[in-house]
Design a protein around this ligand. Structure first.
Ligand code: PMP
Length: 420
């Protein structure tokens, strides 16, 4: 047994955290930069421990569609806190939030709240397996569905036989998907997909891709699960399912529906959802599921989104940013592809269109890192990885986009000399 070492008091506080973080991408290693220690945030800004101010385009990895601490959410939270921080029993805001989701996502009749998006996806897959009586799951290379064992590839510690029930297909490659679905038809419980991929950078579905998944899954009696943890309530009223006109059997949500607090949800038709305990035989529970503070923040956020939908304005801002970056890149003689869907986008340093994980991985990480570091030095903070989405929020305005583009113009200078 190794003996426990007494930590030295001289070590930096983050030294007591594994890798200095609680989620890997926060360490900025992918862009060869130092991590940021945040002191506070407000509206579109983050302030670090040296009081440097950044316009934030990480926005809680997409959770903060209204920006940092919007007054409506803060008020909702303070009110909720006065009523009690945890009940451990059902309360009114749970059904208020569930009703908003049911109203916004046509394929959802009932909702079960979880504490994270990972847990929502784990629960959706468990439900799909129980409902179909099958075990194989087909997911897409580059999509992320949280860190549950049955959806995790590329991590040590997942038993090989678990990983073998997860089949991976390339995004936007219908021929290959069809082949794999038919090959595994007899044991296929579900196909799970991010309708717009956001975890290998933003990759939209090719025309007809989601409809084809719908047809194929129906044909073999498997469920179609849309992981809308990122896209849910970000792409507009009704989420990706309405935008792309394809309904899922099960939908997972998270991020935006919690107004910045920890949350996840799985939803679908009553006939499937009622397989969950206590109605059915599929277990899910949690001390913090339906947490009063998360529910209050979510109710406030979704009410605000309904009252003052920011979607058209954000789409226009994102287009402005995307067009500006493309023009700058062209001027600088640096090849980029900007994949932009609604209020999220990724800048890929490559000449070729990015349509799947392979084309995303073939982009220049060096140029991305160089550009990202230069943006940060100019007070613009974007996700420190070439495989993440940059998020706009209702707290951003044309002024912040102009600030971004000013910093970016400088960041592009000299980039041609950085090897692709
Ligand atoms: N699904 C998707 C599409 C995600 O982007 C994420 C998180 N980035 C998750 C699931 C997992 O959510 P959480 O981090 O809340 O566990």
């Amino acid at each position: 047994m190794p003996t426990a070492k007494r930590p030295s008091k001289k070590r930096a506080p983050v030294d007591f955290l594994v890798g200095g973080v609680n989620s890997p991408v926060r360490n900025f290693r992918a862009v060869n930069d130092a991590p940021i220690i945040v002191k506070r945030a407000a509206g579109p800004w983050l302030f670090d421990d040296r009081n440097r101010r950044y316009v934030d385009f990480i926005m809680g990895w997409g959770a903060l569609l209204l920006g940092h601490n919007p007054p409506v959410v803060v008020e909702g939270l303070l009110e909720a806190l006065k009523r009690g921080e945890l009940f451990g029993l059902t309360h009114a805001n749970e059904s208020r939030l569930a009703r908003s989701i049911v109203n916004w996502v046509p394929s959802v009749e009932q909702v079960r709240f979880t504490v994270s998006g990972s847990e929502a996806c784990m629960t959706a897959v468990r439900l799909a397996r129980a409902y179909t009586g099958r075990s194989t799951v087909l997911a897409f290379d580059g999509c992320y569905h949280g860190h549950g064992d049955s959806l995790m590839i590329g991590s040590a510690g997942v038993p090989a036989n678990w990983a073998s029930s997860l089949v991976r297909a390339p995004l936007n490659n219908l021929k290959e998907v069809e082949r794999l679905v038919l090959q595994h038809a007899a044991d296929l419980a579900c196909v799970i997909v991010e309708p717009v991929a956001a975890n290998i950078g933003v990759i939209p579905p090719s025309r007809g891709f989601l409809e084809a998944l719908r047809t194929l899954t129906r044909k073999v009696g498997a469920l179609l699960v849309f992981d809308e943890v990122v896209t849910g309530f970000r792409l507009g009223n009704g989420s990706a399912q309405k935008v792309y006109g394809t309904a899922a059997d099960l939908t997972t949500l998270g991020k935006v529906i919690g107004g910045g607090l920890p949350i996840g949800a799985v939803g679908g038709p009553r006939g499937i959802m009622e397989r969950l305990s206590p109605c059915g035989d599929v277990y899910h529970g949690g001390t913090f599921a339906g947490h009063p503070l998360s529910m209050a923040a979510g109710v406030a956020a979704l009410e605000e989104l309904q009252k003052n939908p920011p979607y058209d304005r954000l789409r226009a801002l994102a287009d402005q940013l995307s067009d500006g970056i493309k023009t700058q890149a062209e001027k600088a003689g640096v090849a980029v592809q900007v994949n932009c869907v609604g209020s999220m986008l990724t800048v890929f340093f490559t000449e070729k269109p990015v349509v799947d994980a392979a084309s995303a991985r073939a982009t220049s990480r060096k140029r991305f890192a160089h550009w990202t570091r230069a943006l940060r030095a100019a007070g613009i903070l974007i996700p420190p990885s070439p495989f993440e989405a940059l998020f706009l929020s209702a707290a951003h305005s044309e002024k912040h986009v102009a600030q971004f583009l000013e910093a970016s113009a400088r960041a592009f200078r000299g980039l041609r000399r950085v090897a692709a």
